[in-house]
Design a protein around this ligand. Structure first.
Ligand code: NAD
Length: 296
């Protein structure tokens, strides 16, 4: 049975584990949080689901314990946005929390995968790629996967695919400079410029509206992470928009942002031939990189 450690048992972490347990993924979820009282409460609450599931288990650990048996780390620990705050405003505090978590976890398997969720997810993915020192493809962030889910719910078509059959994507920064990859979208010509702009703006604004109303967002991101688990725990291959540190792809390096990557049980790999980003969107990708590089 694979072991998935979810570091941060707040709104996002607890929902990832709850949805994962309900999906009966045949894994042991290991919950970790510095807030021991909250950790115990989340553990007890989620444990109530176990009698309804055959193949899931959960446990808790503290940073005094050993993590060398963990297959997948999901990092959701950190400070969340307050209403009106941008994700990038969380940079300094969440960078420090990530550095302390990496130190506290200690030695991990070289085959382990690390999924970053805490914001600003692109900045933290780039930092995690550096500090965890795992092979290329083992550290990535959820990036614009959530934004892509938000896009799909706003398009008119049921089948929202690109010309090559991959799903239509939101790419770039998981933040205010994200953009839709309209050029590849099969039904792009059915949308006016104004309609495209309206959809793109509402995808970007959605997190702010949710935060304004209930203080945090967790259902969408938790389902996105559990979809990633589906790939990592199977023989499936999927092309997903994930935040990854670029190594010269599209002429960019020393920055992480979302491009479509090939995801398998071994992590991600680059496959630039599969989905060609056209000039209009490439310029938007460069703009996201410029924004993000100010925070690295
Ligand atoms: P939350 O405040 O409910 O939970 C964060 C948890 O992290 C808390 O329980 C806190 O005790 C814990 N924590 C803090 N420092 C820690 C440390 N050093 N070690 C272990 N645990 C620690 O916040 P949330 O709503 O769950 O959001 C968590 C993060 O996820 C935020 O940064 C938020 O912006 C981000 N988020 C990302 C996406 C995305 O699409 N990537 C979506 C939603 C939220």
């Amino acid at each position: 049975m694979k072991k998935i450690a979810v570091i941060g048992a707040g709104n996002v972490g607890s929902h990832i584990v709850a949805i994962g347990v309900h999906k009966d993924l045949n894994v042991e979820f290991v919950l970790v949080d510095i807030n021991e009282k909250l950790l115990r409460a989340q553990y007890l609450d989620i444990s109530d689901m176990l009698p309804l599931c055959d193949k899931s288990n959960i446990s808790t650990r503290s940073f005094k314990d050993n993590f060398s048996d963990i297959d997948i780390f999901v990092i959701t620990a950190g400070v969340a946005q307050k209403p009106g705050q941008t994700r990038l405003e969380l940079t300094d505090v969440n960078k420090n929390i990530l550095r302390s978590i990496q130190k506290n976890i200690g030695e991990i398997k070289k085959t382990a995968l690390v999924i970053m969720v805490s914001n600003p997810v692109d900045i933290l993915t780039h930092l995690a790629t550096k500090i965890f020192e795992l092979p290329v493809g083992h550290v990535f962030g959820t990036g614009t996967l959530l934004d892509t889910q938000r896009l799909l719910s706003k398009l008119d078509e049921k089948e929202c695919t690109n010309h090559d059959g991959t799903p239509v994507y939101v790419l770039g920064e998981h933040g205010d400079s994200s953009f839709v990859d309209w050029s590849n979208y099969e039904h792009s010509s059915d949308y006016s410029h104004e309609k495209k702009k309206k959809i793109e703006d509402s995808v970007r604004r959605e997190a702010y509206e949710i935060l304004e109303g209930k203080g945090s967002t967790y259902f969408g991101i938790a389902s996105a992470v559990c979809d990633i688990f589906d790939v990592l725990l199977s023989e499936k291959i999927e092309y997903l928009p994930l935040s990854v540190s670029l190594l010269g792809e599209y002429g960019l390096s020393n920055v992480a942002l979302s491009i479509p990557v090939r995801l398998s049980k071994n992590g991600f790999s680059f496959d630039l031939k599969k989905i060609k980003i056209e000039k209009e969107e490439l310029n938007k990708l460069y703009n996201s990189a410029k924004v993000l590089k100010n925070y690295i």
